[in-house]
Design a protein around this ligand. Structure first.
Ligand SMILES: Cc1ncc(COP(=O)(O)O)c(C=O)c1O
Length: 438
């Protein structure tokens, strides 16, 4: 078996410094449990669950066997005007993981598609309710909601937006919640800043609530660098949305499926949005798939008109793909058998102690932890933003540890199967590397 391609040229890699990468490629050729294997035979500890997606770790037999079986049995069936048993079974199992009112699921193939789906449902919902003026969408500065036009527009990460024109019209953004020095080095929800949710009142005053369809936020802003919601912030956002008839969407693409030690962030924060977008951990990252949960009141509003009329003109060729559904069912089996959706809760103190143990390193300017997530912010090198963290990324990889960096922030989100010994190993390596990039 060849483990090294002889030409790297044709593949235009996503979110990658292509020329730098191709000058010194990093190739993964196998993975099992907590570890990747590189093409040169090295083991690399997965500190990021791939891209926040392999929550059950790698090469889990329940998942790979379910996929193989399904591909043999029913490889594909049309997604429109046709069904197959596993899509229904999966939807029924998924809604049991959510609080009672979020009881219908629409399938997509990625986080980005889940977001587009949620935004479209929100606007159509108001139109069906006789409020066709509610078309505005509110996101948040530094938010990440994928890369398609709707998600990019409600997102708030400048590099992801600036090259791509005027984006979707009628979008505005809440202020982000990051940067209050009183919240630095926080464990769990930071104490200060719940009142930042009142920024939604400012946007309501500016645009008039009757023009606003929905607010979308990540309960924890992951991609921008692990920004945690101040205690009470999400609840306050919920209250303001209720006051003004605005739908609240939680983008749980990274916080879903056990990352916080609960099924979803919805459970952790005790705040019920109207719509929840998910993907990633749904299939353990093995097969592309997303799921959008909606409250009964939303689903039911669409179920009107003639029985033989299509209620929502939206969907994907691969919505509820049989192999993806089998992968998701195998993933849920694995989560349930091993108690993974709540395992993080038993490790959270150990994890937080280990992360905050890096506080004494002079270049570490902030550390944030919640569930099995950590954000470690580094002092940027003057005139060279991102360089220090990227250097740390490369040095960690060389030392056998996969981390993720965004700007000068290191984000960690290991598979939920991580053991204490592996947490120790992770932070021993990271400490060594951070001392080298000092
Ligand atoms: C909160 C959030 N939403 C949406 C996405 C986009 O997901 P995908 O890359 O599967 O399209 C991501 C990906 O990281 C995410 O973190």
């Amino acid at each position: 078996m060849s483990t090294t391609p002889n030409n790297l040229d044709a593949y235009w890699m996503p979110f990658t410094a292509n020329r730098h990468y191709k000058s010194a490629p990093r190739l993964m050729v196998a993975a099992e449990g907590m570890y990747y294997t590189t093409h040169d035979g090295r083991k690399v500890l997965d500190g990021t669950a791939g891209l926040w997606c392999c929550n059950a770790g790698h090469a889990r037999p329940r998942i790979s066997e379910a996929i193989a079986r399904q591909a043999r049995e029913l490889d594909y069936s049309p997604a429109f005007q046709m069904g197959h048993p596993k899509a229904f079974e999966l939807a029924s199992r998924l809604v049991q993981l959510m609080p009672g009112t979020l009881d219908h699921v629409f399938f997509t193939n990625s986080g980005s598609e889940s977001v587009e789906t949620a935004l479209k449902i929100a606007i159509a919902y108001h139109r069906l309710g006789g409020e066709a003026s509610r078309v505005r969408l509110i996101g948040r500065e530094r938010g990440y909601h994928g890369v398609n036009f709707g998600g990019m527009s409600v997102g708030g990460m400048t590099p992801n937006r600036k090259m791509f024109g005027a984006l979707v019209a009628g979008v505005d953004h809440l202020r982000h919640t990051h940067g209050d020095p009183r919240n630095f080095f926080s464990r769990g929800e930071p104490e200060f800043g719940a009142e930042l949710a009142d920024d939604l009142e400012r946007l309501c005053a500016l645009h008039d609530p009757s023009t606003i369809a929905a607010v979308i936020v990540e309960p924890i802003q992951g991609s921008a660098g692990v920004f945690l919601p101040p205690r009470g912030y999400l609840k306050r956002l919920r209250d303001i949305c209720d006051r003004h008839g605005i739908l609240l969407i939680f983008d749980e693409v990274i916080t879903g499926y056990g990352r916080l030690g609960t099924n979803f962030a919805v459970n952790y924060f005790g705040v019920e949005p109207d719509i929840v977008t998910t993907a990633k951990g749904l299939t353990n990252g093995v097969i592309p798939m997303g799921a959008v949960f909606v409250q009964k009141k939303i689903h039911d509003r669409f179920m009107q008109g003639p029985q033989n009329a299509i209620e929502l003109f939206h969907g994907y060729t691969y919505s509820g793909n049989p192999v993806a559904c089998a992968a998701a069912l195998g993933t849920l089996d694995t989560y349930e058998e091993e108690g993974l959706l709540t395992r993080g809760a038993s490790l959270v103190e150990y994890w937080a102690d280990a992360v905050h143990g890096l506080r004494d390193i002079p270049i570490v300017t902030d550390i944030r932890t919640l569930g099995l997530i950590a954000g470690i912010e580094l002092q940027p090198i003057e005139g060279k933003p991102s360089a220090r963290a990227f250097d740390a990324y490369l040095k960690c990889f060389a030392a056998g540890l996969l981390i993720r960096t965004t700007g000068d922030i290191i984000a960690l989100s290991p598979p939920l199967i991580i053991e204490k010994g592996e947490i120790d190993m992770l932070f021993e390596t990271l400490r060594r590397v951070l001392k080298q990039v000092n």
